[in-house]
Design a protein around this ligand. Sequence first.
Ligand code: SOE
Length: 388
Amino acid sequence: MFQKLRVAMIGYGFMGKVHSNAWRNVNRFFPDAPQIEMAVICGRSKEALENARVTFGWNEAVTDWQSAISRKDIDIVDICTAGDTHEEIAIAALRAGKHVICEKPLANNVSEATAMAEAARDASKKSVKSMVAFNYRRVPALAVAKQFIDSGKLGTLYHVRANYLQDWIIDPEFPLVWRLDKKVAGSGALGDIAAHIIDASYFLTSSKITSVSGQLKTFIKERPLPGTYTGLTAGASLGRGTVTVDDTAVFTANFENGAIGTFEATRFAAGRKNAMSIEVNGSKGSIYFNFEDMNELLYHDHTDPSAEAGFRKILTTDGAQPYIAAWWPPGHIIGYEHTFTHEIYDFLLAIKNGSNPSPSFDDGLYVQRVLDAVAVSAGNNSLLTQVK
Ligand code: SOE
């Protein structure tokens, strides 16, 4: 019987909420995972933290994460904070011998990500595991798409076409929240959502981006400071600040396998709420996935007779497909939250089996290097820039 693993989660915003749901459910739906205990939730504001502890189902709440990661009865640290705290927390936790799962992007810049990846490699020599929470890898449809590509169904890969489209900050009076502050978030749409499609392109094709040509755009240059946004009419807010991150990132990419890619990540695509989509075209076929239809994979087999050829919709809810057997019978679709249970299940299995979780901190460092290359290119008139 593998010993129970006790978890400390740091952060209680959107990611803390969805990770808590995953920690609550993982043992109920994946009985071969090690038993876990939701021991400690960590955050800064005592009152809000206590509400989160009760609502999310954690045993204890502490306002200093350092005390949590130094405890001998804590085995896992789950980092659900903004990117400006990932390096300090992850390195301290790894050095304390704790297994670490860290939300994406790994860090706010290459320097921080490099230090984290180095600490993870050192810790792995003592069987301490680490993982970056790129949850879309755990969408069954994308896992099926990877199986198709790995098995050669698409043949030689030519194109990756990936978008991540949202529209939550089109209102110029939407306040200057932390995701719009470079000091806290590191970048805007680039690091927050382009990171996902960069990682997804690597997950699907097993090929890394080697060079990029990009543009970053900030449409709204200043916004009301948080707390002053009471639906006031434009210009009437009590304080305004400068937006220091991109609203939109677009770039082309060259892959080491010879494929070429086009990527778009924006928070200004009116009507698109969380439309993460990716298409891969190869010599023998194509796949297309759109997260807003996350239980479906479109597949075109180019070897079909042309009179019968075309994209067909595969409903990825069959028990033989990744993760599905743990949930419902075919056709009873799953959602965003299930992908986090899947990733935490895989993380726990890796700890139990002594294998290395994926994506690793080195994979997170690769994504950070692509993000950095896009920013450098965008600052140099979209000059083609090597990923290094
Ligand atoms: C905001 O863009 C956000 O919450 C991202 O930070 C998440 O990674 C994504 O899954 C949903 O949108």
